[in-house]
Design a binder for this molecule. Structure first.
Ligand code: DON
Length: 319
C-alpha cells in the first residue's frame, strides 16, 4: 500500500494566520539593532533608524499590517524591476534580454566591473548599470516625458500617486559620481539609449520616489496577481512578462546576496538602500517590509529577517 505523506503545503493561509504572522514577525525582530542606515546618500542617515513596518497583501487585495507601515521612505532600487516591466511592456521581453541582459552578476549593486567584464548583454535590469539603461530605453521624446512615463508606471503598480522626495533627489544627484560614471561608460559602449545625464536624472528621480510599506506591498501584489493591480483592477504588465521578471528578481534581486536569499527564503524579491524589500509569492501574495538599517550588501536586516521568517512559517518557499 502507498503511504501518503503530508508535505509542507503551499496552501493558501487563512486571514487569521496572515494577520497573526505580521504581528508576530514585527514583535520578533523589532529589537534587532544590527546594521546602519545607508550613508553614501547623505540624507538617508536622517531617516529614523528604528522604523519598522511589515505588510502582506493577497492577490485579491486584502491587507495585513504591523508597525510603521505608512511612513514614506525612498523606494531606491526596489523601483528597478518595475521599470524593467515598463520596458518589457513597451518593447517585449526579448528587447530587455538583448539590450540589457538577464544574467546575475554576483557583484554589488553599483558595480562598474559588472559592465566592464561582461559581454555586451550580460548586465541585468536590477543592478545600477542595467537600471539606468532601462530608464534610457523607455520610449520618450524628451526628458519630461521620460520621467512622466517612468513615474506613472510605478504609480500604476502601487495603485497610488507616489511623491518625489525632493531632498533625497537633491542629496543623491549631487553625489552621483559613481552612477554618472556608469551612465557614461554605458553610453561609450553603445548600451545607453538616451543622453547619459538625462538617463541619470530620471533614474535618480525614480529612486527618490517616496513609497510606504503598504504601497510597496501593493506593487508586489500586482506581480502576484499576474500583472493586474488588485486595488485598481488595471493591468499594468502582461502575464507572460510577469514570470520572466520574477525569474530575474529571484536570481538578482539581492545582488551579491541573491544566492543565499534564494537558498533561504526561496522567493523572488527586490531590496533597496532606503530599507524597503518586497517579496512575491507568485499567484498568491506579496510581503513588503521596511526598516532603514542595512547590512554590508545594502539590504535591510530587519526586513530580510521578517520576510524570511514569514516564508518559513507559512511554507511559502516556491521550491
Ligand atoms: O543608485 C543608487 O545607488 C541608489 N539610487 C539605489 C541603490 C540601491 O537601492 C541598491 N540597493 N540595495
Amino acid at each position: 500500500a502507498f503511504l501518503l505523506v503530508a508535505l509542507p503545503s503551499h496552501a493558501k493561509p487563512s486571514p487569521d494566520v496572515l494577520a497573526d504572522i505580521v504581528t508576530k514577525a514585527h514583535a520578533k525582530f523589532k529589537g534587532v539593532k544590527e546594521g546602519a542606515n545607508a550613508d553614501y546618500i547623505p540624507i538617508l542617515t536622517e531617516v529614523p533608524s528604528d522604523l519598522f513596518g511589515i505588510v502582506i497583501i493577497t492577490r485579491d487585495g486584502k491587507v495585513y499590517q504591523a508597525g510603521d507601515t505608512d511612513y514614506s521612505f525612498s523606494i531606491q532600487s526596489v523601483s528597478k524591476p518595475f521599470n524593467a516591466a515598463l520596458v518589457m511592456q513597451e518593447q517585449g521581453a526579448e528587447a530587455l534580454q538583448e539590450k540589457i541582459g538577464v544574467e546575475p552578476t554576483g557583484l554589488p549593486f553599483n558595480s562598474k566591473l559588472a559592465l566592464e567584464i561582461m559581454p555586451a548583454r550580460s548586465v541585468n535590469p536590477l543592478v545600477n548599470a542595467g537600471a539606468i539603461a532601462s530608464v534610457s530605453m523607455v520610449d520618450a521624446k524628451d526628458e519630461a516625458q521620460r520621467w512622466d512615463k517612468v513615474r506613472s508606471n510605478i504609480n500604476d503598480f502601487a495603485g497610488a500617486e507616489l511623491t518625489l522626495l525632493d531632498k533625497v533627489y537633491t542629496s543623491e544627484y549631487e553625489t552621483s559620481w559613481s552612477n554618472r560614471g556608469i551612465a557614461n561608460l554605458l553610453f561609450n559602449y553603445g548600451r545607453l539609449y538616451s543622453e547619459p545625464e538625462e538617463a541619470l536624472r530620471v533614474y535618480t528621480k525614480m529612486c527618490s520616489l517616496g513609497v510606504n510599506t503598504e504601497q510597496l506591498a501593493m506593487m508586489g501584489a500586482t506581480l502576484a496577481n499576474h500583472g493586474v493591480n488588485p486595488k485598481t483592477g488595471k493591468r499594468v504588465l502582461d502575464a507572460e512578462h510577469v514570470s520572466k521578471l520574477l525569474a530575474v528578481m529571484l536570481t538578482a534581486g539581492f545582488y551579491d546576496e541573491s544566492g543565499i536569499w534564494s537558498y533561504t527564503a526561496g522567493l523572488p524579491a527586490k531590496t533597496g538602500v532606503g530599507g524597503g524589500i518586497v517579496a512575491v509569492v507568485p499567484g498568491e501574495m506579496a510581503i513588503a517590509a521596511f526598516s532603514p538599517r542595512l547590512n554590508k550588501a545594502g539590504n535591510s536586516i530587519r526586513a530580510m529577517k521578517a520576510i524570511n521568517y514569514i516564508s518559513k512559517e507559512l511554507h511559502l518557499n516556491i521550491f
